[in-house]
Each structure stands twice: as C-alpha cells, then as structure tokens.
Design a protein around this ligand. Sequence first.
Ligand SMILES: [Fe+2]
Ligand SMILES: [Fe+2]
Length: 280
Amino acid sequence: MSTFRAKQIISKCPNLPTLPAIVQKVSQMLQDPNVGTLEIGQLVAQDPPLAARVLKIANSPYYGLRERCVSTEQASAVLGLKVLRNVVTAAAVMRQFSHLSDRGIDLDAMWKHSILVAQAATQLARRSRGGVGLTPEEFYTCGLLHDIGKLVLLENVGDEYITILERAQRDGLPLQTCERDVLLFDHTDVGSMIAVQWGLPAAIATAIQFHHGPREAVELDPVVSLVAHANLLVKRVQAGNLSAAASSFDPATTRMLAVTPEDVTQVVTLVAEQVATASV
Ligand SMILES: [Fe+2]
Ligand SMILES: [Fe+2]
C-alpha cells in the first residue's frame, strides 16, 4: 500500500485496533516445544469472558465435536493446538469489536460470514496438492480478518459509515465502491493495513487487500486467489446458490490452487451444513 493511502486512512481512522495480547502470547507459547495443550488451555481459562467465547466457538457446529467441551483445557486437548489458536484468535478479535453491536451493523452475521470464509479457506488449503503459499492456519487468519476493515471503519467513521452501508444495500452496489466514493479508500485497504501493523505475514495483508480484486491480482497470486474464491464460495452458499458456489472456481483457478472440482464440491457441502446450523 502506498504511504499516501496509509496516511489517508490514519487521518480518518485514528483508532486502529491492536493485536490482542492473548493472541501474541498463545503464538509465542506454540513456538515453545515444552508447552503443551494443558498450559495453553490454562492460560485461556485465566480470562473467563474470553474462555466462555472460546468454548462457545469450540462447541459450535464449525468444529463438529461429538462431546461438548466444558473447559478450555479440554477444548485444547480435543481440538489440538493449531485449531485452538484459531479459536482463541477469533474469540479475542471478536471481543475487541463487541462494543459495536448496537451500531447499525449485524456483528453476528459479519462474524459468521468471516468464520465461514476462514473455514472454507482452511479446508481448501488442506485439500491442495501443491504449495499455496501459506499454512491452513494462516489461511484461517486471512478468512477471519478479510473484512475487519469494515469494523474499523464503523468504529472510526461512525454515522458516515452507516450511511455508506445503507447506500450500498439500498442501491445494490458493492460496498467497496460506495466506501471509495466517499472516503477514497475501502475496507480492503484498512484491513490490509491492520494486518501489516499486527506483524502478520505480508501474504496475509496482500490477500486482505485484494479479496475483491482486481482480477489480475486474483489470477496471479495463489494466496489472493484462494481467499477471494473462498469469500465468493461462502457468499454464494449463504445466498442459497450451491451450484453457483461450486462453479465459482474456473479450471485455471483449480489448476493454480492444485485442487479438484470434487474438492471444491466437498467444501461447498461443508460450508452449506455450517450455514444452516452455526452461530457465533
Ligand atoms: Fe470484503
Ligand atoms: Fe467477505
């Protein structure tokens, strides 16, 4: 992103969120071979509201657990460390924005969509038979954060942003178009800037930046392509159009991502099940 654009954003959004400390801590602990599932579960348990959120997500149909987890120690043992880190990241980032729940945006719907994109991206990455540039867990972060710019804008731009959201909905226009008309930048610019500030891998910031295109960016970079297509797939499933969701991957895309049409169909089925049952 150009410095000019970053300056524009910072002047409009003085309140940029920081990476939740618990996410940093858990990531550090995961690097330590002496740390096991129990320690991480105990760390999360020290923060009861966060632990409650983690358990709610862990017990949701996204993870398809056969038995309900009643403690974060148990959740970490059942889910495994990498998945637990994803769940803790989701819970901690969601908490950072929970005060926006009565501000004219359906936060639950936004997080449901983001977690579905996170899941779809992770599943596609797991099924890929080639190198797609990031680990499945990093793709989870891409999906979780791809639209985070919307929340940062809501927090900083306030009523003006609500007007932008309303206009996009009323006129059936892409939100990023309406954002750019008024602000000269959009939620993809803001989201990628947050990823840079949080010290996430550059590929994650790039994927957030280009999740709505342009087409050349999506066609050239497998990470961008996977996240943009996961977003499209989830949107189409959420709109009830499963066949369009399955056909959102053209042959050039499946080739680049090293997945088969059957892989895509499996992910569509999985997302469709979660759309029907999951809540955040
Ligand atoms: Fe978006
Ligand atoms: Fe999205």
